[in-house]
Design a protein around this ligand. Sequence first.
Ligand code: CAO
Length: 414
Amino acid sequence: MSKALEGVKILDMTHVQSGPTCTQLLAWFGADVIKVERPGVGDATRGQLQDIPNVDSLYFTMLNSNKRSLTLNTKSDEGKAIFTKLIEHCDVMVENFAPGALDRMGFTWERIQEINPRMIYASVKGFGPGPYEDCKVYENVAQCTGGAASTTGEIDSVPLVTGAQIGDSGTGLHLALGIVTALFHRSHSGKGQRVTCAMQDGVLNLCRVKLRDQQRLEHGPLTEYPQYPNGTFGEATPRAGNASGGGQPGWIVKCKGWETDPDAYIYVITQAAAFDGLAKAIGHEDWLEDPDWNTPKARLPRLEEMFDEIEKWTKTKTKFEVMDILNPLNVPCGPILSMKELAEEPSLRETGTIVEVDHPERGKYLTVGNPVKLSDSPADVDRSPLLGEHTDEILKEIGLSVAEIESSKSAGAV
Ligand code: CAO
């Protein structure tokens, strides 16, 4: 079976998280990803949050699988000449430097097109054109400026950032889609193009339903929010605690063991079609005949009381017992799974969503494999490269002689 992106060569200038997640996805799909790193330094994440001294961190190894590493000083004259050859050689270039960094090196989009008109040049930046376009941005800044933080948290408390890396990995995903779309377009236009994704835009796209609610506010209160009917709504989409984002009320309730286990909880959605079964399961058959309870509309002002009643029942069962009882009744629910539970879950190992990889310096470690499965193009997860591990091999591939490789080494370019 062939890899879907076999033959696509990616010039990967990315660092930290947003860009590397994008190129890692493309590498899993079979693209040849050449990661360009500064000689002696490399991607800053190699040295960040190190759990084993002087060994590439998990931060780096988990975001850079299946890539090759080339060290190159793209600010030196020799380095620029090699970089130009790499642009000629590759199909796609990806970067997420601070705004203007590539331009300052002399590689503007105009220059890149001159070198290789088929090049697809993709970038992540914190913001698109506008007042903040020159700002440097990290994950939580994007979550705050893209609408996630203002709509996340308890209703009477401070804005919250989420553990899901929607700014970095979320934007990397968006960018990867832009790249494969541009590759598809190039297959009939013959031309490359510029692909950009701002982290603010990527987060806002993921917060689409909150902009929906902003507009619904003009026409009355948001009846599925905990603020309804007794609280007040301001001018903007409020925080909603753990309320479900959709039209089906949901909440997180305690399960057996919650006093000592911080993850002994389950999310329960009281979808109208499955409500009768849920009511019976928790011992509230009386609700089925009661006009205060037996329609979704009648229940809306009673959601807090309803989830209190559900919780009285869930507290008598473990989260997995609740799951086993409610799922056959078609009640959508999800136990709060800890990272430990996920890491040990056999089904995720079997599907390759969690993979154990062997690394020459750190030994075995777990990583998240490709969550997107293609039936004819399996994604094998290989370890991340050591700094500069493939420098000689790549330089030979782009046509440098042994003598030229040696002279770029002595000039400090690679
Ligand atoms: N050879 C020579 N120089 C190199 C090089 C190489 N191979 N690779 C990088 N450099 C240089 C860059 O050209 C830049 O130099 P100048 O400042 O002179 O232009 C310099 O290294 C540092 O790059 P940077 O400004 O991007 O790095 P930073 O650590 O200061 O900022 C970050 C990091 C992430 C805040 C910034 O890159 C950014 O805002 N990126 C866009 C948004 C983004 O992707 N953020 C998510 C990051 S993950 O949370």
